[in-house]
Design a protein around this ligand. Structure first.
Ligand code: NAD
Ligand code: MG
Length: 385
């Protein structure tokens, strides 16, 4: 039996993890589950998966969670300390799938608790990648990328030694506005931006996919996961989302990771690694697909992508600032306080206003820079609304 904990169990990734586990109930014992605010959803998940411990981030939800789990024998807690306790419970695999920089402290707490971390949360690598990877190496935790592009690249990298890598390419679906003009994009609504053509995901990453900030965050994620310099990383638009990532080697060979778009596929890979788990995902039929298409990223219409690239090139605290400003901006857009291009405007203004120092070297440093950037971003939001 493999023991496993899931941070962010009630979200989109958490639910896909549950789908994979349901195919192999005899192989996994769920140790701890963490949720944000919804006590009922977390209790349901804990019962369904037979977890030993459930922790809710929102302290106010503690009594409701305890009540919903009464008589099940599942222990529960609420508040930041309970979340850290859940993350620290000894297990074999920890799935890190809390959204945003909120996942940083629990993920770092979990690093020492499991032999392996299946990492879906990209914001912790963007905000504190140097520190995070060094910490994982120091405690001996292997990081398995769960993000579909990075999972594909991780698998492709096994084809040759790291020194033979020439460059790495991530694909982007292009999101709902791939073919929308800049003039039209000025006026798109929250509902338009939440209609992703290929993937069903949480609201934050869905908006990031519409601005292509997601692809920029993913370049930074790849930079840390694979220790590849910024200049060797690039992204192309591929609307079919069948090729997820490609690794080009020095001899001209290119190894691509492919699958139909379904997060259960990289999840199954991470949960079973280095074995393989059978999973009834839809199978790829090349003849039915017929053709696959690729386009350049249009940085004129998608300035968020360019901002992320520039932050990666600047390095130091720039990606931490970028990530924090983007979280605030996406929140403001979802609440209808700013327009679609208000997101990249807010991120750009925040980066302009803040001096970039060295990369954070602890959770505390990352969160304090994150908080500072959130304040600056909130002032920019007022100016834009
Ligand atoms: P989601 O919004 O659906 O779920 C987020 C989860 O985090 C929920 O369980 C929520 O309750 C929990 N949460 C929120 N705030 C919290 C807090 N302060 N403390 C503890 N828990 C909290 O998001 P998602 O789409 O599942 O994405 C999760 C992460 O995985 C993100 O970082 C995203 O970028 C990454 N990711 C998601 C997908 C996908 O297909 N959904 C693909 C690749 C990467
Ligand atoms: Mg991705």
């Amino acid at each position: 039996m493999t023991r496993l904990s899931v941070l962010g169990a009630t979200g989109s990734i958490g639910q896909s993890v549950a789908k994979v586990l349901a195919e192999h109930p005899e192989m996994y014992q769920v140790e701890a589950l963490v949720g944000g605010r919804n006590a009922q959803a977390l209790a349901r998940m804990a019962r369904q998966l037979g977890a030993r411990f459930a922790a809710l981030a929102d302290p106010a939800g503690g009594p409701a969670l305890a009540q919903a789990l009464e008589g099940t024998g599942i222990a529960s807690g609420a508040g930041p300390e309970a979340v850290l306790d859940a993350a620290r419970r000894e297990t074999d695999v920890v799935v890190s799938a809390i959204v945003g920089v909120a996942g940083l402290a629990p993920s770092v707490a979990a690093l020492g608790a499991g032999r392996r971390m299946a990492l879906a949360n990209k914001e912790c690598l963007v905000a504190a990648g140097d520190f995070f990877m060094a910490e994982a190496a120091q405690v001996g935790t292997e990081i398995l990328p769960m993000d579909s592009e990075h999972n594909a690249i991780f698998q492709a990298l096994s084809a040759a030694p790291a020194r033979a890598v020439e460059c790495i390419t991530l694909t982007a679906s292009g999101g709902p506005f791939r073919k929308t003009s800049r003039a039209e994009m000025e006026h798109v609504t929250r509902a338009d931006a939440l209609k992703h053509p290929n993937w069903s995901m949480g609201a934050k990453i869905t908006i990031d996919s519409a601005t292509l900030m997601n692809k920029g965050l993913e370049l930074i994620e790849a930079h840390h996961l694979f220790a590849v310099p910024a200049a060797q990383l690039d992204a192309v638009v591929h609307p079919e989302s069948v090729v997820h990532g490609l690794v080009s080697f020095v001899d001209g060979s290119v190894v691509a990771g492919m699958a139909l778009p379904d997060m259960c596929v990289p999840i199954a890979h991470c949960l079973a690694y280095p074995e393989r788990l059978s999973f009834p995902a839809r199978r790829m039929n090349l003849v039915q697909l017929g053709k696959l298409t690729f386009e350049a990223v249009d940085e004129g219409r998608f300035p968020a992508f360019a901002l992320a690239r520039a932050a990666m090139a600047t390095g130091g605290g720039a990606p931490t600032i970028l990530n924090a400003a983007n979280e605030v901006a996406v929140g403001a857009f979802l609440e209808g306080r700013i327009g679609f291009y208000g997101i990249s405007d807010m991120v750009a203004r925040t980066l302009e206003k803040m001096a970039v120092g060295p990369a954070p070297s602890s959770v505390e440093e990352a969160l304090s820079l994150d908080m500072e950037a959130r304040h600056v971003a909130a002032e920019c939001a007022l100016a834009l609304s």
